[in-house]
Design a protein around this ligand. Structure first.
Ligand SMILES: O=C(CO)[C@H](O)[C@H](O)COP(=O)(O)O
Ligand SMILES: [Fe+2]
Length: 220
């Protein structure tokens, strides 16, 4: 069975008590950190100084999701502060391959994210350049939105390319993942699941366990 990962998003956590909120998700695989600049998306969260403190106190490694313009300039800084993975948006990078190579050189896993309207075609043959692909299942910017099942054809296209090229690239989904939708994404080939409101909307440890078993029931 394919290994699966549950990455809670702290976008739905209490930002005033971040250390406590991080400790509540210690059974997760990675913590998903949403960086927004109020430019690439119409919302603002945090930048390097806060992510650096999260990195220092988190019991699990950081999966940084950059929703920022000019990723070429800013993404390497997140790898330098020690993030396990750094994912930038294809729509926000002038040279995604050069940026991914730079992130890997620094020592982070390199991820590329696609907004719902972005065609996966140009990125399929570039898969060897990345450690993970993030298929957005909502418009980036806010937590608590509804899962877009239409994105499953995009996920399947990446899953097919991954199999054809014989890669172990992670296929990640983000947005509207719940116990009811996670199986749909797992079925389409996702192995890494981001969930914000579904985790922090209850007892995080219980929610993580429920998401894990729902995903495992549909694993490839
Ligand atoms: O990148 C994001 C939003 O742009 C978040 O990671 C995502 O939306 C998580 O929230 P939820 O699980 O509540 O949809
Ligand atoms: Fe995210």
């Amino acid at each position: 069975m394919t290994a699966q990962r549950i990455n809670p998003s702290i976008l739905s956590a209490d930002f005033v008590n971040l250390q406590h909120e991080l400790e509540r998700i210690a059974t997760a695989d990675l913590v998903h950190v949403d960086v927004m600049d109020n430019h690439f998306v119409p919302n603002l969260t945090m930048g390097p100084p806060i992510v650096e403190r999260i990195q220092a106190v988190s019991p699990v490694p950081l999966d940084v999701h950059l929703m920022i313009a000019d990723a070429d300039r800013w993404a390497p800084g997140y790898a330098e502060l020690g993030a396990f993975s750094v994912t930038f948006h294809a729509e926000a990078a002038a040279d995604p391959v050069a940026l991914a190579r730079r992130l890997r050189e620094i020592g982070a896993r390199a991820g590329i994210a696609l907004k719902p309207g972005t065609d996966p075609e140009p990125y399929l043959e570039l898969l060897p350049e990345f450690d993970q692909v993030l298929v957005m299942t909502v418009e980036p910017g806010f937590g608590g939105q509804s899962f877009m099942p239409d994105m499953m054809s995009k996920l399947r296209a990446f899953a097919e390319a991954k199999a054809r090229l014989g890669l172990d690239v992670w296929l990640q989904v983000d947005g509207g993942i719940t116990v009811d939708t996670i199986g749909i994404a797992a079925e389409a080939g996702a192995d890494t699941f981001v969930a914000g409101s579904a985790v922090y909307g209850g007892v995080p440890e219980e929610r993580i366990a429920q998401l894990r078993s729902a995903a495992a029931a549909h694993a490839h």
